[in-house]
Design a protein around this ligand. Structure first.
Ligand code: E4P
Length: 218
């Protein structure tokens, strides 16, 4: 399974990359706004900075919601760096745009996916990634991980090449449930990635090992 970090914060991206386990980055307009990055030029510079940190896929989302606008924006984003994956919302014009990008060899991430039907449309259009939003489904009392598992199963059955990128991951439990469901990628906050390392028995065991070492070695 690949790990992406879901942030536009450069420090967090650097910290996750330094761990040696990071395979890519996903951003969205809200995450860019959170970092206070305003204006097209600054946003594009920011994407390039992210690409310079990480040796892996970096999702950059289009703002346009019409086909022509998405094509124009997506082509400009893809031209910024070979790591860029154009993130496109799962709406009718988005599916048409994904089909166009696929034919042009531009990689895509179909975002804002909440159902298996949407995931089917993304795969048929040739999306590189499909992003089911686990946490937001859980927020409305649905089962986000179950949607991930269902998508994984029917993609395998029909041999779709689209990779299942579990998004809107909120915690370590989400990550591990998506691992069990067979997701290809999980995009997570830094806290959830680091949280996977936490175990009280590791802390207690390490403390005891060091104490015993000191007893003999001073
Ligand atoms: C997906 O790529 C989105 O950026 C993200 O995972 C959304 O997560 P949220 O529901 O925590 O905002």
């Amino acid at each position: 399974m690949k790990f992406f970090i879901d942030t536009a914060n450069l420090e967090q991206i650097r910290e996750a990359y330094a761990l040696g386990v990071l395979d890519g980055v996903t951003t969205n307009p809200s995450l860019m706004a959170k970092e206070g990055i305003k204006g097209t030029e600054n946003q594009r510079k920011h994407y390039v900075e992210i690409c310079n940190i990480v040796n892996g896929d970096v999702s950059a989302e289009v703002i346009a919601t019409d086909y022509e606008g998405m094509i124009r924006e997506g082509e400009e984003l893809a031209a910024l760096n070979p790591h860029i994956v154009v993130k496109v919302p799962c709406i009718a014009d988005g599916i048409k745009a994904i089909k166009y990008f696929t034919e042009k060899g531009i990689r895509t991430n179909c975002t804002l996916v909440f159902s298996t039907g949407q995931a089917l449309m993304a795969a048929k259009a040739g999306a590189t990634y499909v992003s089911p939003f686990v946490g937001r489904l859980d927020d409305i009392c649905e089962n986000g991980v179950e949607v991930v598992a269902d998508i994984v199963n029917f993609y395998r059955y029909y041999n779709y090449k689209t990779q299942v990128l579990a998004a809107s991951i909120r915690n370590t439990k989400h990550i591990m449930e998506c691992v069990k469901a067979g997701a290809d990628v999980a995009t997570c906050p830094l806290s959830a990635i680091k949280g996977l390392l936490n175990h009280p028995l590791t802390d207690a065991g390490l403390k005891k090992f060091l104490e015993d070492y000191k007893k003999v070695n001073g």
